[in-house]
Design a protein around this ligand. Structure first.
Ligand code: FES
Ligand code: FES
Length: 160
């Protein structure tokens, strides 16, 4: 799969047609070309979860997802969650619970939380821990993040 490829995809509901190189990652496409810098790059190797997005409703690490394979895909990033000025329920819960310190892990953590709550609207602490096990946070110690996800599940404000 050498050379450039033309792909058509939707990002946060907006259609884009892009020419991408074989080696270009979704993280690069999002950040450098579509200017959606909410998706963070930490390890750039698929291990920290900072770049977590949804592709066709499934969690993906954008840093190891080749853009050329995404023709026809629907991608949701952290920028696609809020409704105007109103934060998504999970985002609001992170704010309300002080689950954000430096914020670097937060977009990926929120995307992983949304994917969890779509599958399981009443997760236990253990299920939450498991669901965010691919997302590394260096600041919070995870306690407030788990509390935030728990609260988001109980207020059922997820509108993903
Ligand atoms: S930047 Fe993608 S998993 Fe770390
Ligand atoms: S808030 Fe800093 S890495 Fe999680």
């Amino acid at each position: 799969m050498e050379g450039a490829h033309q792909i058509a995809l939707k990002v946060n509901g907006i259609a884009h047609t892009c020419k991408v190189e074989s080696s270009e990652t979704l993280a690069h496409l999002l950040r450098e070309r579509l200017h959606l810098t909410g998706t963070k790059i930490g390890c750039d190797a698929g291990t920290c979860g900072s770049c977590t997005v949804l592709v066709n409703g499934q969690l993906r690490n954008a840093c190891i997802t080749l853009a050329a394979l995404l023709d026809g895909a629907e991608v949701t990033t952290i920028e696609g969650l809020s409704d105007g000025d109103e934060l998504h329920g999970v985002q609001q819960s992170f704010v309300d619970n002080g689950a954000i310190q430096c914020g670097f892990c937060t977009p990926g953590m929120v995307m992983a939380s949304i994917a969890l709550l779509k599958q399981n609207s009443t997760p236990t602490d253990a299920e939450i821990r498991e669901a965010i096990s691919g997302n590394i946070c260096r600041c919070t110690g995870y306690t407030k993040i788990i509390k935030a996800i728990k609260q988001a599940s109980s207020v059922r404000r997820t509108h993903e």
